[in-house]
Write a new protein. Structure first.
Length: 499
């Protein structure tokens, strides 16, 4: 009991918050049934939510909207699907599709030979052409030929990255279009190649006069389509049938006219678009509107992940530390390998292995569960050495005194050594906890809508990077500061175990 009580003091509150939040997540009602009594097929649609005017958050309601979103909703209604949208960075969408986290990508995916070799595509529902974006004072880049030897900023999984490479450009990878423009405006890259519609929306929304459309990225008209796994031909066929019916009754053209004042669903319409700004709020209005969603991301994503990962991580760390101290060589060897792997590989790689990698071999974990598992293993690897060092720092005489009064090894560890080691371990373990709070920001890459993801989404839509990222930093700092306030009282409480 004396060993468990100090740990409970440190993690009990976080665990209680986690339990309350997960209770609401895990309890879900049954899907609505069709008229014949059968439930419609649930189709999870992957999309960025940060690529206006195709997929973005409505600045007034905060709801996911855009051309691709409305097309996908219409396809789902026509095909009889229960469409559920999953937001993630573009570079995470294809791994999510491969690992069966989502069933289809609706995010202006351009058809090319490399993708056709791996995926199934629907009938094209958008036609576009590429443009080259440069700084306003750059006059020597007007075509793809001028990109030879230059540096461009592109999303890694985007078709435009390959277009730039084929033109001889060096590619700097960014998460989405907005950060790429910032690099361009700051002179860190020479150009960007992207879809003409997305660029026009960015220029209209941001009012950025530091960059310009310098020319066309070739004469080719590109085709965008819904993307499916090769193991889902029936789903692709249902989408094709729905798209054909929507084209025949004019629904696709109507949606296109709403966003572009032109019909981009036919080949000749892609060069006549007129894009209105998707967000016209002031900086202060953006900050005000985003403060609450970021707080919800903190409460629903960041804090639960921190709580469960720290609790489980401490348990794993204690087991690994005792294994390292064990006289059984096999246990020591296993613990050494585990600690070495965790400390020798990046946390982001560990997250991707648990979420996307395990999904490809049939172990599909919920995003929260996968992120919690990866973070727990990471905490365990680092905290194990902290606990081991704390145990070794307890004077040898304590063991000998426990033996003299008749205690066996288990009793002496539980009643004498570990309580003292806990007091010694508190400061470095608090450092681990603080690092964990900030590391949860990586969970957005495995589909967890936490605090930093909310900041990223709004920043990409509005280009207000500095104020939103500063506000995110303030949120993290406040949480970390509150955690540090608990360190002093806990150390004093555990001080009675010190010799």
């Amino acid at each position: 009991m004396r060993l468990i009580r100090p740990l409970v003091l440190l993690t009990g509150l976080l665990a209680a918050v986690l339990g309350a939040l997960l209770g609401g997540v895990l309890v879900a009602g049954p899907a609505a049934a069709d008229g014949d009594g059968t439930a419609p097929r649930v189709v999870k649609v992957g999309t960025e939510g940060t690529y206006p005017p195709f997929t973005y958050r409505d600045p007034d309601s905060g709801e996911l909207t855009g051309f691709d979103i409305e097309v996908m909703k219409a396809v789902g209604e026509q095909a009889g699907w229960d469409v559920q949208f999953v937001e993630a960075p573009f570079d995470s969408l294809f791994p999510a599709l491969d690992s069966e986290r989502i069933d289809v990508i609706a995010n202006q995916v351009t058809i090319n030979p490399e993708r056709e070799a791996r995926y199934l595509f629907s009938t094209p529902y958008t036609y576009s052409h590429g443009v080259i974006v440069t700084a306003k004072d750059t006059d020597d880049i007007t075509s793809l030929a001028d990109l030879d030897g230059r540096t461009t900023a592109q999303t890694a999984s985007s078709n435009w990255a390959q277009v730039a490479k084929d033109a001889g450009a060096k590619v700097q990878y960014v998460q989405d279009f907005g950060p790429g423009v910032e690099l361009l405006a700051q002179g860190r890259v020479d150009a960007i190649v992207n879809d003409n519609i997305a660029v026009l929306d960015y220029l209209a929304t941001s009012g950025n006069d530091q960059v310009k459309i310098a020319g066309d990225a070739g004469d080719e008209t590109l085709e965008q389509a819904l993307t499916f796994r090769r193991s889902d031909p029936e789903l692709q066929q249902e989408a094709d049938q729905a798209l054909q019916e929507l084209a025949d009754d004019g629904t696709l053209a109507q949606i296109s006219e709403k966003y572009f004042k032109a019909d981009v669903t036919v080949r000749k319409g892609s060069r006549d678009v007129e894009v209105q700004a998707s967000d016209s709020r002031s900086t202060w209005e953006v900050v005000q509107d985003t403060a609450w969603p970021m707080l919800l991301g903190l409460l629903k994503g960041t804090l639960p992940l921190t709580a469960i990962s720290f609790v489980l991580g401490l348990a794993i760390a204690l087991a690994a530390a005792l294994a390292r101290l064990s006289s059984v060589r096999a246990l020591d060897a296993v613990a050494r390998v585990y600690i070495s792997v965790i400390r020798g590989t990046p946390l982001l790689v560990q997250l991707f292995i648990v979420f996307f990698g395990l999904g490809q071999i049939g172990l599909k974990l919920d995003p929260y569960l996968a992120a919690s598992l990866a973070l727990s293993l990471n905490v365990g690897g680092y905290a194990a050495e902290i606990i081991r060092a704390s145990i070794l720092s307890v004077p040898r005489g304590q063991y000998e005194a426990a033996t003299v009064i008749g205690m066996d090894y288990g009793q002496s560890m539980r009643r004498i050594v570990l309580p003292q080691a806990t007091r010694i371990a508190v400061p470095p373990l608090f450092n681990t906890l603080l690092s964990l709070i900030k590391d949860t920001s990586l969970a957005s890459l495995v589909l967890v809508p936490e605090l930093f993801r909310e900041a990223q989404v709004t920043a990409a839509d509005t280009t207000e990077y500095l104020p939103l990222y500063v506000m995110a930093a303030v949120y993290y700092w406040v949480v970390c500061y509150l955690v540090t306030l608990a360190q002093g009282p806990l150390e004093r409480r555990l001080g009675r175990y010190a010799t």
